[in-house]
Design a protein around this ligand. Structure first.
Ligand SMILES: CC(C)(COP(=O)(O)OP(=O)(O)OC[C@H]1O[C@@H](n2cnc3c(N)ncnc32)[C@H](O)[C@@H]1OP(=O)(O)O)[C@@H](O)C(=O)NCCC(=O)NCCS
Length: 200
């Protein structure tokens, strides 16, 4: 008898709110592992991610590994996660970026223009074992496909010479600088805030 064996491969799919609730700790494990954060970080993040799911315009995508028959289902391992939602003035991130833009010399009119109609790409993470195979790019394509907002905004840690996969991915997709070397309240690390007009 010949047994057909299909190697597992990642498939990028949209995740419903219930899908992500069911897989919350699995997704947080991808996040903690990809970012190299200490174990336990997921417990602090779980309530925040759960609240984000309820925000207007929330959307998530993930990469699931196929089984030996090439199919995916509720038990397929999750190897990557990306999500975001529509930005709004009452949100913490929005207020922080607003203050950062003002400090960086943007005028009120420019700030209003940039922050009036955007999708915040809140999280993009690929498990280290699955990185380097365009999953990041495929997830962002799917996450931003058909969005009605005028642009997408995100923040990412500063790294020397923009020399990591996240920076190469965002630059390749055409994200440009809004604020550089910005420190969010409660985090001493410098971040960049980047923007890209939609559609991609
Ligand atoms: C950043 C991250 C999400 C990117 O996902 P990814 O699937 O590894 O990245 P991509 O597949 O889009 O691109 C990675 C590689 O594929 C290749 N590639 C992808 N698209 C390509 C293209 N159009 N042309 C040529 N090469 C391409 C490149 O070699 C690229 O490697 P490089 O960027 O190091 O040169 C992922 O690496 C990650 O989770 N990193 C750790 C956590 C993190 O930094 N998250 C973002 C915080 S803001």
């Amino acid at each position: 008898m010949v047994v057909e064996f299909t190697p597992a491969r990642p498939v990028v799919v949209e995740l419903s709110a219930q899908d992500l609730r069911n897989r919350l700790y699995e997704a947080l494990d991808v996040y903690v592992t990809a970012m190299g954060y200490p174990r336990g970080t997921e417990h602090h993040r779980a309530p925040m991610w759960s609240e984000h799911i309820t925000r207007p315009g929330w959307r998530a995508v993930g990469a699931l590994l196929t089984d030996t028959s090439g199919s995916i289902g509720p038990d397929s391992p999750l190897v990557a996660i990306a999500y975001g939602y529509r930005g709004a003035p009452q949100q913490w991130w929005h207020a922080q970026v607003h203050a950062g833009m003002r400090k960086a010399g943007w005028s009120d009119a420019e700030i209003r223009d940039l922050l009036t109609d955007y999708f915040e790409v809140t999280e993009v993470h690929v498990h280290p074992d699955a990185q380097g195979h365009r999953l990041g790019q495929t997830m962002l394509d799917k996450l931003l496909d058909g969005r009605t907002e005028r642009r997408a905004l995100l923040s990412t840690p500063e790294v020397a010479d923009e020399d990591n996969r996240a920076w190469r991915l965002y630059r390749r997709l055409g994200f440009t600088d809004v604020v550089r070397d910005f420190t969010f309240a409660g985090d001493s690390r410098p971040f960049a805030v980047l923007s890209r007009d939609l559609p991609l």
